[in-house]
Design a protein around this ligand. Structure first.
Ligand SMILES: [Zn+2]
Length: 355
């Protein structure tokens, strides 16, 4: 293939509308087969498990507001379907019930971690290549990887190995800002393994554009509902409600410390409540007051508690619907806060809720 042809194929464009203290607001354009799809940044990908949104059918997925245009698949799930797909001939998007989604194929599933450095560049036929930045915790190696990858005709960058390393958070964030400073401005940067709200905001401040959305899935798997507030500009008449909410959140933090669960190999965070707890047995509030998701509009915490303790599969469906919608709403709030120069307020609110 001629370099010019390759360049033509990599026609995805990132247009930045605003950059404030390193945080980038913009749109990725010319996506998809026809080039008419767009994606807002900062944003996240739709997490999928073996090729589909966990617990959800095509129909229930479409009940969720703000579903990202791009879904994340893993190479192993594609490989599993390889023979069937060859037979089917109409493409993986249609096969998994997401014909209109853009697909991003990663080599591994963020919920089943593998050692950093496992990801290597792979060329998938007719696909855009995302360059992977490696180098572990060694600054020199990270910078070399960033500079060398930036020279290649890649469509964007994947920042790998910034999760779960033994280094301190401060060191990781310093590494991250040094790496993004080496990358060209007009190509998107995706980070893998970082999905918790407070960490997402730290990464956005260091020039990261895209995230995976496995955090709402992990919360769902441990029977929890995301309840953290991202309403950084409450209207006066709702202030009282918000204050009550904050008091509740403080209690949740206490609970979290007492009853950390290890299901899904992840500990419960202060951004969620555990609906299996007995105190929700007679709690007739929605998961989050004011939430417009299908679950909150139709069901109560008590009902979800009942579904969870009786191991009904519907619990996973309803929790996933709420948790995805809540999480996608958080990204919407980030973009709005950036637009109106109020990211500091949002960050303050999120950090107050982080334990
Ligand atoms: Zn909801």
């Amino acid at each position: 293939m001629q370099p010019k042809d390759l360049e033509e194929r990599l026609r995805m464009k990132l247009s930045l509308t605003k950059v404030v203290n390193g945080c980038r607001l913009g749109k990725i354009k010319n996506l998809g087969k026809t080039g008419d799809c767009t994606m807002d940044i900062p944003g996240c990908l739709l997490y999928t498990k073996t090729g589909s949104a966990p617990h959800l059918t095509h129909h229930t997925l479409h009940k969720i507001h703000g579903v990202p245009a791009m879904a994340q698949l893993t190479l192993s799930s594609l490989a599993e379907h390889h023979e069937v797909l060859a037979e089917y001939k109409e493409g993986v998007g249609k096969f998994i019930g997401m014909p209109e989604s853009l697909l991003y194929c990663s080599l591994h599933d963020p919920v089943s971690p593998c050692p950093a450095g496992y990801v290597t560049n792979k060329v998938l036929q007719k696909s855009m290549i995302i360059g992977v930045i490696e180098g572990g915790d060694v600054m020199e190696e990270r910078l070399r990887s960033a500079r060398e990858t930036a020279k290649r005709p890649v469509g964007g960058f994947l920042l790998d190995g910034f999760q779960g390393t033994p280094t301190t958070l401060e060191t990781r964030l310093h590494l991250l800002s040094s790496v993004t400073a080496e990358l060209p401005e007009h190509k998107p940067r995706l980070i893998c393994g970082v999905s918790q709200p407070d960490e997402v905001l730290e990464c956005i401040e260091r020039g990261v554009d895209l995230f995976e959305s496995f955090f709402p899935y992990q919360a769902t798997e441990r029977g929890c509902a995301l309840t953290f507030s991202f309403d950084y500009q409450p209207i006066p008449e709702e202030t009282l409600l918000q204050q009550n909410g904050t008091q509740e959140e403080v209690n949740y933090v206490d609970q979290t410390k007492k009853s950390k669960t290890t299901s899904c190999n992840q500990e419960m965070t202060s951004f969620e409540i555990n609906l299996k707890e007995k105190k929700y047995q007679e709690d007739f509030d929605p998961l989050v007051r004011g939430c417009r998701c299908y679950c909150c509009k139709n069901h109560t915490r008590a009902y979800l508690h009942h579904l969870l303790v009786t191991n009904e599969l519907l619990a996973g469906v309803l929790l996933m619907m709420h948790n995805f919608e809540h999480y996608f709403g958080f990204f919407q709030a980030i973009r709005e806060a950036l637009k109106s120069d109020r990211l500091a307020q949002l960050k303050e609110l999120i950090h107050r809720q982080a334990s």
